[in-house]
Design a protein around this ligand. Structure first.
Ligand SMILES: Nc1ncnc2c1ncn2[C@@H]1O[C@H](COP(=O)(O)OP(=O)(O)O)[C@@H](O)[C@H]1O
Ligand SMILES: N[C@@H](CC(=O)OP(=O)(O)O)C(=O)O
Length: 339
């Protein structure tokens, strides 16, 4: 096991001079496996409804399961097969069908109509990006614009579903909030700029709002879209939690917490009930916990606990990652009764 020492704690208030008028009780992150099927999507809405009873929350969502990979594969195909327009047509058809099927199951009719327009807009932008690849040739920057489309198409479904459920769920644009350098494909977040923007944005929201923000994506200061690397939504969620000094980060996924190794490939993997932040940090940085390697950095700095829970068993406790001196009881939304 890696023994990477965790960074020393730095108060998040040193990242930004923008004062925080309010702090979310939790940031909830829903990965592609959670937002990716109609069944688990309805559990996402239930979990949000339950969580918000305990105070303000911020939601970070990924692309629907497998969509980022689909986008990446199609771009590779397009680039290596002489810019075959058929690849783009097939991609757009598949994405339209997948997202509309999902939205039809999740949304009321007027929201569905609104979503159709949003989806058409993103699909037409996607075609434009492929057009640029044909004209200008492949570049990592254009690849990020393609990959970002997954979150850009998924997040509005959740926002509209929350509005249908009676919540104030404003449209939020991650590219206006997460400032990065131009290391396309694995961009580095500019902490101070991002913290300033995120704190100002959060301060301007209605206190009852449930913001849903796309994970995985950001933009350079000049406004060019970037991505944080695969599974970057985990990292986005941790950044928002640290910058907004949230009570906790809860990551919903398709397994009931963290295991000693990948439970889908190792029959001997053992579930961890709780794990110290230091220990989890070392294992995450070496890629052993199935999360973006940078996920725990902001949480270590800010001393914020994290839960990893299953969207398939939302009542189950999952795994708690606890910074030194932080008690399980601070985790909000509260840990449900033991299963
Ligand atoms: N140590 C680990 N503990 C738990 N899950 C792990 C671990 N290592 C790898 N994984 C894998 O991570 C997957 C969840 O990550 P991911 O597929 O990115 O989900 P999500 O769509 O929720 O982000 C699990 O299904 C599991 O196969
Ligand atoms: N675009 C997604 C792709 C992905 O892996 O999503 P998730 O692991 O959250 O389902 C992301 O990197 O965040």
């Amino acid at each position: 096991m890696s023994t990477a020492a965790s960074p020393s704690p730095i108060s998040p208030s040193s990242w930004s001079n923008v004062p925080l008028a309010a702090r979310p009780v939790a940031v909830l992150k829903f990965g592609g496996s959670s937002v990716g099927s109609p069944e688990t999507f309805s559990t996402v809405v239930d979990v949000v409804s339950e969580s918000v009873k305990h105070g303000p929350i911020v939601v970070i969502a990924s692309a629907l399961a497998r969509v980022t990979r689909l986008l990446s594969g199609a771009l590779e195909n397009f680039t290596t097969h002489h810019h075959d327009e058929g690849v783009v047509d097939e991609l757009v058809d598949t994405l339209r069908r997948r997202h509309l099927d999902h939205a039809e199951a999740a949304l009321r009719s007027d929201s569905l109509e609104a979503y159709r327009l949003i989806l058409d807009d993103h699909l037409s932008r996607l075609r434009t990006v492929f057009g640029r690849v044909r004209e200008e040739g492949f570049s990592p920057a254009l690849r990020d614009s393609v990959l970002a489309a997954g979150e850009q198409m998924s997040v509005p479904i959740l926002t509209l579903a929350l509005q249908d459920a009676g919540y104030l769920a404003p449209h939020c644009d991650a590219t206006q909030l997460v400032v990065t350098d131009d290391a396309f494909g694995g961009a580095n977040v500019q902490l101070t700029d991002s913290a300033d923007r995120i704190r100002r944005w959060y301060g301007g929201l209605d206190e009852k709002a449930i913001p849903v923000v796309a994970g995985f994506i950001g933009a350079t200061r000049a406004g060019t879209i970037t991505t944080l690397g695969f599974e970057g939504s985990d990292y986005s969620a941790a950044l928002f939690a640290a910058i907004l000094e949230a009570g906790a980060l809860t990551r919903y996924t398709d397994v009931n917490g963290l295991y000693t190794s990948d439970p889908n490939t190792d029959a001997n993997a053992e579930r961890l009930d709780r794990i110290d932040m230091e220990e989890a940090y070392a294992r995450t940085e070496s890629g052993a916990l199935g999360m973006h390697p940078k996920t725990l950095r902001p949480l270590v700095h800010a001393g914020i606990p994290m839960q990893v829970r299953s969207i398939l068993r939302p009542q189950a406790r999952g795994t708690c990652i606890l910074p030194t001196g932080v008690d399980l009881s601070v985790i909000v939304p509260p840990v449900p009764a033991a299963d």
